[in-house]
Design a protein around this ligand. Structure first.
Ligand code: ATP
Ligand code: MG
Length: 332
């Protein structure tokens, strides 16, 4: 990949520790987020997507524990090593201003008794020394218009808005301070296809108008991610299986798990479609005692002896295509 690195994640291990047991939810993960990209993060339920979003913000609360690694945010002035900052520093200098998250099911967390403008004021005002409610509302209305959302929505209660409108209002509010990175965790999951499209359009507007520099779009839905992502990261059992430009992944998945995911949905690509529909047998391993070699080994139709004993490293097998798989390495 060319371009500036906005965030660099190196060898991050983040585990839930409960009654002395470690759930290795994000286990030795390294990747970069580039300026100008929409990185789609895909994988089955429980593979660590939401935990990874907490890592990007360095919002780590017990029982989650930061074990090792680094998360570096390249700001205009100097790189910020997020893992070294205290919570109050993160709150003051990073969250909302530099990196913002739309948490999973955020739109359902809106207070039913609060109008959207009251919610916006609550979110935005702590970032300013002196700002009136009218000023915040004016700012919000301008931004709603800029990205194609009806500005009168700010005067409504959540129950007066459709699911799509609520989600778009939450996204517009979260990005009012022009953060560099927006993380959206399953922003379209509870929505119908037409409404999903509206939410994706709002996210595209944020990129086109350069309100945010990059988006990390988390989903388990390949059909949605292909409509917005420029690059795709496939996670499996707390690790990265593959990171590649989206068109390359869709045309030629290199990791057997990526292939399985694509074959489990109806895709328009003829090369993939002619292989038929397929369900990956078995289920993901426990993250307390994951397999020693490749974590996908027990479910992999291409497995070899080495896969059971040696963990494959994430390697650049083709230009810009990073894959952790012994079988794929032997084929390219
Ligand atoms: N509070 C917690 N305590 C213990 N384990 C947890 C906790 N939260 C998540 N986990 C475990 O960590 C792993 C990763 O969970 P995570 O929520 O990050 O997955 P996910 O990919 O976001 O899943 P989904 O698609 O369902 O949102 C799972 O095995 C999950 O059971
Ligand atoms: Mg999740």
């Amino acid at each position: 990949m060319s371009g500036k690195k906005l965030v660099e994640i190196k060898n991050v291990k983040v585990y839930y520790i409960i009654d002395g047991l470690q759930v290795k939810a994000v286990d030795d993960v390294s990747f970069d987020i580039f300026d100008g990209e929409v990185l789609g993060v895909v994988g089955e339920s429980g593979c660590g997507k939401t935990t990874l979003s907490n890592v990007l913000l360095m919002s780590i609360k017990k029982p989650l524990n930061f074990i090792d690694g680094s998360v570096t945010l390249n700001t205009q002035n100097e790189p910020l090593h997020l893992q070294k900052l205290r919570r109050d520093q993160l709150k003051r200098d990073v969250w909302g201003k530099e990196i913002v998250i739309i948490p999973q099911a955020a739109m359902n967390a809106l207070m039913p008794t609060m109008k959207i403008k009251d919610f916006i004021y609550d979110v935005v005002s702590p970032h300013f020394k002196n700002i009136t409610k009218d000023e915040v509302i004016k700012m919000a209305k301008e931004r709603f218009e800029e990205i194609g959302i009806d500005k009168e929505a700010v005067n409504r209660y959540p129950f007066e808005l459709s699911g799509g409108m609520k989600q778009r209002a939450v996204i517009a509010t979260a990005t009012l301070l022009n953060p560099k990175l927006l993380i959206a965790d399953e922003p379209t999951s509870a929505l119908d296809v037409a409404t999903q499209k509206m939410v994706l359009k709002t996210l595209n507007e944020l990129m086109n108008k350069k309100i945010v520099k990059s988006i990390v779009f988390i989903t388990h839905d390949i059909a949605t991610v292909r409509q917005i992502a420029t690059r795709m990261m496939i996670m499996y059992a707390g690790k990265i299986a593959e990171i590649s430009p989206i068109d390359d992944v869709l045309r030629e998945p290199l990791h057997p798990y990526t292939e399985g995911l694509l074959l489990s949905v109806v895709t328009p690509e003829p090369e993939i479609r002619k292989r038929g529909i397929y369900t990956i047998p078995g289920s993901p391993p426990s993250l307390i005692n994951p397999p020693v070699g490749c974590r996908f080994y027990p479910r992999c139709k291409y497995r070899m002896d080495i896969c059971e004993v040696e963990e494959p490293k994430l390697e650049e097998l083709k230009p810009n295509r990073f894959v952790a798989c012994h079988y794929a390495r032997g084929r390219v």
